[in-house]
Ligand binder design. Sequence first.
Ligand code: ZN
Length: 96
Amino acid sequence: MRMFLVEHAKVVMKVICPHCREKSTISSSNRISTCVIELYCQCENELCDAGFVMTLAHKHDTRPPKSQIDNVVAELVRRMSSEEKREVMKLLSVIT
Ligand SMILES: [Zn+2]
């Protein structure tokens, strides 16, 4: 399964038949969970004509969502002692 990012963040997936490696069409889908979906596919190669199911799943993040980063920073600040907060403020005043 190959994914291509095209204009305006529209994602087009190209599913390759696992039997003949020719292009296939996604005929329907079945969402198993928020992060997992089954894709029902039909091979376009008339000589193969296989039907099969591929699984599309979220594996891991390459960059966490901004909301998680904000939460991590807020939690770190909450856990800092007063002295640690003063040290951070000194560092920030040097940077800005
Ligand atoms: Zn095929």
